[in-house]
Write a protein that binds this ligand. Structure first.
Ligand SMILES: [Zn+2]
Length: 235
């Protein structure tokens, strides 16, 4: 039985309610025919929310993609074959989406200053090694980030043929491309206002104003020229 779900979140990061059929279920988990629940990945945590059917309610605690199947982990068992109305926790999704989009924009702005190998990033920090990034440069990035937010520039999602992408001299992107399954010819790209372009399957804001301004951006020096940049958005 084919239990691959239609991934609604890829086409619409703002879809927070939808109907679906439970096409397979097991102990406290279920696979839907289609889902807008984002499964954890790419540094972004999964959505949480609820399934509703009549007077019954299931809490969706975590969502994980394994191969092409998306597992929704629940607080109790759900019968296979029923239709459920699904509601994603909006504040959790929006907060994650804003911080994830901020992570892209910061990566683009920092990589633009000097060719720095990013070794890690999540919704609160980015790490570069080796890095010569200075406090002065960070102040420039902080101001530029907030200027881009103020300008409310569009965020574009589009699909690009793998053969058109040739990241010459960019070892990080070359390594990233190698990790994408070779049968995937069209890659989902995200462009944050023309300042950050990358391959990504995550959820993103529609324009930069939605991200909100940075409240703080701080530099922490670590061993072996590693620099950790902590960021916080205004709530
Ligand atoms: Zn992304």
């Amino acid at each position: 039985m084919n239990t691959n779900s239609i991934q609604l979140y890829l086409d619409d990061s703002h879809l927070l309610e939808f109907d679906a059929i439970i096409i397979r279920s097991g102990i406290k988990h279920a696979i839907l025919d289609q889902t807008a629940f984002y499964p954890e990945g790419g540094g972004q945590p999964s959505d949480i929310g609820v399934f509703l059917s009549g007077n019954l309610k299931w809490n969706v605690l975590k969502v994980i993609k394994r191969g092409n199947e998306i597992f929704h982990y629940l607080d109790k068992d759900v019968p296979q074959g029923i239709k459920v109305h699904c509601i994603i926790d909006a504040s959790n999704r929006i907060w994650n989406t804003r911080r994830h989009s901020a992570e892209h924009l910061l990566t683009g702005l920092i990589e633009n200053i000097e060719e720095l190998p990013k070794v890690y990033s999540d919704l609160e920090k980015l790490e570069f090694q080796p890095s010569k990034l200075t406090e002065e440069q960070l102040t420039i990035i902080f101001n530029k980030f907030n200027e881009i937010v103020e300008k409310d520039l569009p965020v574009k999602i589009f699909y690009e043929d793998r053969s058109n992408i040739n990241p010459i001299n960019d070892h990080r992107k070359q390594a990233f491309l190698k990790k994408i399954p070779s049968n995937l010819d069209k890659l989902r790209m995200v462009d944050i206002g023309g300042y950050a372009l990358t391959f990504c399957m995550g959820t993103h804001v529609k324009s930069t104003k939605e991200i909100g301004k940075l409240a703080s951006l701080t530099l922490q020096e670590a061993k072996k020229n590693r620099k950790i940049i902590h960021f916080k958005l205004n709530n």
